[in-house]
Write a protein that binds this ligand. Structure first.
Ligand code: C2E
Ligand code: MG
Ligand code: MG
Ligand code: MG
Length: 288
């Protein structure tokens, strides 16, 4: 009967759900263990100017679980947020990135900060303490935030960002253009840099309006005295179109994939690294 079929369906649904929840719990437990053991790693993706000079790196966290293999931060960062581990994960990535940044005193090191991290009233103090402990100058650190963070109600995030800017940290808007329709936050927060989202870069050359859109973003940033960088630049054509639109800073596989701190050491020493996906004509170079 229909009733029985329904029940059977629910039974299947329940066991699939159980399975999913079990896997999720397993993943959470594994992340908690590896985080406690400090078993995650950081990689760094070069950022270059129009002459391909290395000007900065973005710190990106990596996790390979013994049990589950390589897990993307797009999966485990939200997982950490949902299971009370974001403070620990945030502390880990900030600490590592700060410590590593001392190896490259002339580079800006960008660190991603999630909305939930910034919502913590103790965030400012935590960042300042970590920076002091690691012995880094805040002027060498850029905090990357997504637009969503900045449209939240309340003054908390705003005053925390003001305090961090006053301490010398710079602030970049990640994935610009994807998060929110109002631009009013741009003047309310101490933003130094806009990162044009990869989706706009992909569209360049595919649609006529994409180039116009990117030009407008670049001009908007310029008129607000902000730096503008494009992320996810994979092809020479994208690079050239971005340059024509007035963009002067680039990040993406064309210049280099994210690489180890040791590889950044090599670049910083003026050596080449031959990163996967890299076009030698666009490889980062270091000039003193
Ligand atoms: P995001 O901050 O926008 O980072 C850029 C992502 O694009 C990175 O993915 C990077 O590997 C990838 N990417 C860079 N260039 C290219 C390219 O040319 N082509 C393509 N297809 N992809 C490119 P990843 O490392 O998987 O990070 C994903 C997201 O996870 C990040 O997006 C960020 O939101 C978050 N995340 C990563 N590391 C951290 C961290 O340490 N803390 C926090 N809170 N979030 C992090
Ligand atoms: Mg980022
Ligand atoms: Mg981004
Ligand atoms: Mg992105």
């Amino acid at each position: 009967s229909a009733k029985r079929d329904g029940r059977a369906k629910y039974a299947v649904y329940d066991s699939a759900m159980d399975e999913l929840l079990r896997r999720r719990r397993g993943l959470q437990d594994a992340l908690r263990r590896d985080l406690q053991a400090g078993a995650l790693t950081m990689v760094y993706q070069p950022q270059v100017d129009q002459d391909r000079n290395l000007i900065g790196v973005e710190a990106l966290v990596r996790w390979t679980s013994e049990e589950f293999g390589k897990i993307s931060p797009a999966i485990f960062v939200p997982l950490a947020e949902e299971s009370g581990m974001i403070e620990a994960l945030g502390a880990f990535t900030l600490k590592r990135a700060f410590e590593d940044s001392r190896r490259w005193p002339d580079l800006k090191v960008a660190v991603n900060v999630s909305a939930l991290q910034l919502r913590d009233p103790g965030f400012t103090d935590r960042v300042l303490l970590l920076a002091t402990e690691a012995g880094v100058r805040p002027s060498g650190i850029e905090l990357e935030l997504t637009e969503g963070v900045l449209v939240e109600r309340g003054q908390g995030a705003s005053s925390r960002l003001d305090a961090l800017r006053d301490a010398g940290f710079s602030i970049a808007i990640d994935d610009f253009g994807t998060g929110y329709s109002s631009l009013s936050y741009l003047s309310r927060f101490p933003i130094g840099k806009i990162k044009i989202d990869r989706s706009f870069v992909i569209d360049m050359g595919r649609s006529k309006s994409a180039d116009a859109l990117v030009s407008s973003i670049v001009q908007l940033g310029r008129s607000l005295n902000m730096r503008v960088i494009a992320e996810g630049v994979e092809t020479p054509e994208q690079w050239l179109r971005l340059a024509a639109a007035g963009c002067r800073e680039f990040q993406g596989y064309l210049a280099s994939r994210p690489v180890s701190a040791e590889d950044i050491d090599r670049l910083y020493a003026g050596e080449t690294i031959g990163a996967a996906g890299q076009d030698p004509d666009y490889a980062p170079s270091w000039k003193r």
